[in-house]
Ligand binder design. Structure first.
Ligand code: CS2
Length: 464
C-alpha cells in the first residue's frame, strides 16, 4: 500500500506519540483514507531520525499485555526532521498549506509557561531568543513563526493539537502562542485568535522508554528494528472536535472520542492517573523500587495508592458514563502489568512542571472543602526529599528537571527537613503564593517522618 501524503506535522517525536497518535492516525487512514501522513520533528536529538531513516520511517509498535505481546508495523511517518540541524526545513513543512494539523508532544516544560499559572514565561531564554529571531528554537516559537508564514502567504492556519498532559492543554498552548505572537506583531495575534483552532485533548497510554534490552529481545524473535516502541494495550484519546475547516483524519473510526468538552476527561486522568503516578514515582524511588509495577507489587504501596485514590476521587467530577471507582480499579491493573517496565525514575522527571496539575490542584480543592489528604501531602514531601538529589542510602539521584540546580541549591542550604520544606515552598513557579502557607504545616510534618524513617515506612504509617 502506498503511503498517505503528508497532512500532519508532529513536534516532539518521542516514543509516546509513535506508540499513540501515530497508531490512531494509521488506523483512521486505514479505515477512511485521506492525506494524513505525518512528518515528525525532533526538537533536540537526531537519534530517532537516525534510527528510522534506514527503515523507511516504519517501525514496530509492541503492545505488552500481562499475558503476552502483539507487534504491529506502523507506516504513517513520511519523514523525520531534526529541528536544530535544519530549522528552516521545519518551518517550511509547517507552512505548507497541505498541512492541516500541527500536533505536539513536547512535555510540560516545552510550553515555556509558568506551571503554577499557565502564562508564557517571558524570561525563559528560549522565549527571549524567539522574540528577537525569525528562526526559532522553542516549540511555541515554531508555531508562531509558521503561522506568521501562513498568514503572509494568504493561507489558512493549521490546527494546533496539543497532546501533552496539561489541564486544558489546548487553552494553554493557545495562550502562550497568542502571547508570543502579540509581542512580535499584534495583528498576527488577532488573526490567530480569530482563525486558529486549538482543541483540548486527553491522551492516555503508558509508554516506557524503549531499552536496548527491548530491541535485543525483538531481534531474537526475528524483528529487527532500531527504534520500536513499547506500550500497554490500553489507549484512550478524547479530543474536542474543533479543527480549522473541520479538516482532520477520521479519528472516530479509529476509536478516538470526539467530544464537545474534554475538560472532565482531562481532569480525571491528570488527577487519578498522573497524580498517583507521580506520588508512586517519588515514594517508590526512595523506597528502592525500580518500576511502577514493582512499587504496587509492594503491599505498602498497593495500600498507599488505594488511599490516594480515595483522597483524589472527591475532587474529581466524573465524565458522563464513567464510574470513578471502576476507573481506579482499571488503573491499578494497568500499573501492576508486569510486562510494562515503567521506571519510577522516568516518571519522577520534571516534577516542578508536573506537581501543580497532578497533585496541588487536588490538594487545594480538598483543603477548600475541609478534607484531609495525608497521602497527597506525603507525595509532595517525597518530591522534596527526591529533589535534594541524595537518596535514602546516601547515593546521588540523577534528578532531571529544568529547576534541578536551583532546587538542589535551595535544599543544600538547609540543615533540617522543615527548612527544606520552607525553602522549596518558596518556588512560586510551582506553589502559588496563597497555597504555600497552607501546605507548610502538613508537608513539614510528613517530611520529618520521611527524613527520619524513610518513604516506605512513612507510607506504611499513613496508609494503614
Ligand atoms: C507519566 C505519563 O511519565 C509520566 O509522567 O505519568 O507519561 C503517563 O505514563 C501517561 O500520561 C499515561 O498516559
Amino acid at each position: 500500500m502506498s503511503r498517505a501524503e503528508t497532512g500532519i506535522v508532529h513536534l516532539g517525536l518521542g516514543a509516546f506519540f509513535r506508540a499513540f497518535g501515530c497508531v490512531y492516525v494509521a488506523d483512521a487512514v486505514a479505515a477512511s483514507g485521506g492525506d494524513w501522513g505525518i512528518i515528525g520533528v525532533s526538537l533536540r536529538s537526531p537519534a530517532t531520525r537516525d534510527a528510522l531513516r534506514g527503515q523507511d520511517w516504519a517501525y514496530t509498535s509492541v503492545s505488552l499485555g500481562a499475558t503476552g505481546r502483539q507487534t504491529r508495523r506502523i507506516e504513517v511517518l513520511n519523514d523525520v526532521l531534526v529541528a536544530p540541524e535544519d530549522p528552516v526545513a521545519v518551518l517550511n513543512a509547517m507552512a505548507d498549506p497541505k498541512v492541516k494539523i500541527v500536533s505536539l508532544t513536547v512535555t510540560e516544560k516545552g510550553y515555556c509557561h509558568i506551571p503554577a499559572t499557565g502564562a508564557l514565561d517571558a524570561d525563559h531564554a528560549d522565549v527571549q531568543h524567539d522574540l528577537t529571531h525569525d528562526v526559532p528554537v522553542s516549540a511555541v516559537g515554531y508555531l508562531v513563526r509558521a503561522l506568521q508564514m501562513r498568514r503572509a502567504a494568504g493561507d489558512a492556519p493549521f490546527t494546533v493539537l496539543s497532546c501533552d498532559n496539561l489541564p486544558e492543554n489546548g487553552a494553554v498552548v493557545r495562550g502562550v502562542v497568542l502571547d508570543m505572537a502579540a509581542r512580535i506583531d499584534p495583528d498576527l495575534a488577532d488573526w490567530i485568535a480569530t482563525e486558529g483552532r486549538f482543541p483540548c485533548t486527553m491522551v492516555d497510554r503508558i509508554t516506557p522508554a524503549t531499552t536496548q534490552g527491548d530491541i535485543a529481545a525483538l531481534a531474537r524473535d526475528g524483528i529487527n528494528d532500531a527504534a520500536p516502541v513499547m506500550h500497554e494495550p490500553f489507549g484512550q484519546w478524547a479530543i474536542e472536535d474543533n479543527f480549522v475547516g473541520g479538516a482532520r483524519p477520521d479519528l472516530g473510526a479509529a476509536g478516538v472520542e470526539l467530544v464537545t468538552d474534554v475538560a472532565a476527561f482531562e481532569a480525571m486522568k491528570l488527577r487519578m492517573l498522573n497524580g498517583t503516578h507521580s506520588a508512586l514515582a517519588y515514594t517508590g524511588y526512595l523506597a528502592g523500587h525500580e518500576t511502577i509495577a514493582d512499587t504496587v507489587g509492594d503491599p505498602v504501596f498497593a495500600t498507599y495508592v488505594q488511599r490516594l485514590w480515595a483522597e483524589i476521587m472527591p475532587a474529581v467530577t466524573a465524565p458522563k458514563g464513567v464510574a470513578l471507582p471502576n476507573y481506579a480499579e482499571a488503573l491499578f491493573d494497568r500499573y501492576a502489568n508486569p510486562a510494562i517496565r515503567h521506571r519510577t525514575w522516568q516518571i519522577a522527571m520534571d516534577g516542578s512542571q508536573k506537581l501543580p496539575q497532578r497533585l496541588l490542584g487536588t490538594l487545594r480543592d480538598n483543603m477548600d472543602a475541609g478534607r484531609a489528604s495525608p497521602c497527597l501531602i506525603l507525595a509532595v514531601a517525597a518530591w522534596m526529599r527526591y529533589v535534594t538529589g541524595i537518596d535514602e542510602a546516601g547515593a546521588p539521584i540523577d534528578v532531571r528537571d529544568p529547576l534541578a540546580a536551583r532546587l538542589r541549591a535551595a535544599a543544600d542550604g538547609c540543615d533540617t527537613p522543615d527548612q527544606v520544606v520552607r525553602a522549596l515552598l518558596g518556588f512560586e513557579e510551582v506553589f502559588a503564593s496563597d497555597l504555600a502557607p497552607r501546605l507548610l504545616g502538613p508537608v513539614t510534618e510528613a517530611a520529618e517522618v520521611i527524613w527520619k524513617n524513610g518513604a516506605r515506612k512513612a507510607a506504611q504509617e499513613i496508609a494503614r
